[in-house]
Write a protein that binds this ligand. Structure first.
Ligand code: PBG
Length: 337
């Protein structure tokens, strides 16, 4: 005889949540180590790893330590790393000249990592911000009031070819110049690098969440401000349809993988792009997303590990196939347990 206290419910969704094994059976999204790309910073010299104050647990590595870190990530099963150089301020100039130096830090880093770990996928940024003294991603116009699109694209093409020659697996234009993906594809092919892929930062927003990264590569230090406006090339955070048109352009220009950046505050964009595009989709959980979780955890306001895992699961659920995240190593270790 049914007890009076029971409601006559046909549907009780909680049945599927009763115990961990039931929850596991019906989990729709799973974060895998194969989804992770670890961004890493590299510096000149033989110094010890340099901590970055606004990114707890993230260091800039010298070349030897970089290779060691990559080996550890590879052993943990992380399939890819994205390398970013921090140049000494003295090497930066308005033209970003060092970006085209055949022996510049990032090229030596790629060679060293690929030599030691040929099966690790290595990705490098194509943009001038680590090399310019104004911190912009390209060279400025004659009037110095904007980034010069077409002159910048020509430089980016040469940069991409140098990176391909150094053995990188994917070049990742993060500059948001118009037409750069097509121009880079042509330049790579003309130089014979038909197997070098393009991971396009397709919908990259003009975000305040990049602040800690600008400390990490010293582009803030060079420019004298972390709040440098990149509004004439990076996308307006107000726009969603425009992301789809940027992705469509990059696809038509030959992007192998498209990306949305930042990730957490832009889950709607990730979902829109996932629905609209057949390309693999990357999302970049940027420095500020990482920093805010750490900061709140330090204050005792949030649980670091649970917020870390939830933030990444949400990005995956939104539709990302792969995630660039500064949590990559920690998550890989946790998944290995
Ligand atoms: C530069 C670049 C940026 C990031 C990756 N490549 C910063 C910027 O555009 O100012 C940001 C990454 C992060 O915040 O973690 N082209």
């Amino acid at each position: 005889m049914a007890k009076k206290s029971k409601l006559a419910l046909m549907h009780r969704p909680r049945r599927l949540r009763r115990q961990p094994t039931r929850r596991a059976l019906v989990a729709e999204t799973v974060l895998r180590v194969d989804d992770l790309i670890a961004p890493l910073f590299v510096v000149e010299g033989k110094g010890r790893p340099e901590p970055i104050a606004s990114m707890p647990g993230v260091n800039r590595f010298n070349l030897v330590d970089l290779v060691k870190e990559c080996a550890e990530l590879h052993a943990l099963g992380v399939p890819a790393v994205a390398l970013f150089p921090k140049l000494e301020v003295a090497l930066k100039d308005a033209a970003g000249t060092q970006a085209l130096n055949k022996n510049t830090l990032i090229l030596r880093a790629v060679r060293a990592v690929k030599k030691a770990l040929p099966t690790l996928t290595v990705i490098t940024d194509v943009a001038l911000d680590p090399y310019t003294n104004h911190g912009h991603d390209g060279v400025l116009t004659a009037k110095q009031d904007d980034v010069d699109n077409d002159r910048t694209v020509k430089i980016l093409c040469r940069m991409a070819v140098l990176q391909a020659a150094a053995g990188v697996d994917f070049v990742a234009p993060s500059d948001m110049m118009d037409g750069r993906v097509g121009a880079i594809r042509q330049a790579l092919d003309a130089a014979g690098y038909t197997s070098t892929g393009i991971l396009a930062y397709s919908a990259k927003y003009n975000s305040a969440y990049y602040g800690p990264f600008r400390d990490a590569v010293g582009s803030a230090q060079a420019a004298g401000t972390r709040l440098l406006s990149k509004a004439t090339y990076q996308m307006n955070p107000a726009n969603r349809r425009e992301a789809l048109s940027e992705v469509a352009l990059d696809e038509s220009e030959g992007a192998d993988i498209v990306m949305v950046k930042p990730a957490g505050p832009y889950l709607d964009i990730i979902r829109e792009v996932r629905n609209a595009s057949k390309k693999p989709l990357a999302a970049y959980q940027v420095s500020g997303e990482y920093a805010q979780i750490h900061a709140a955890a330090r204050l005792g306001w949030l649980d670091l590990v649970r917020c870390r895992d939830e933030s990444l699961l949400a990005i995956k659920r939104a539709g990302a196939d792969m995630i660039l995240t500064y949590f990559a190593k920690d998550v890989a270790k946790a998944l290995a347990k």
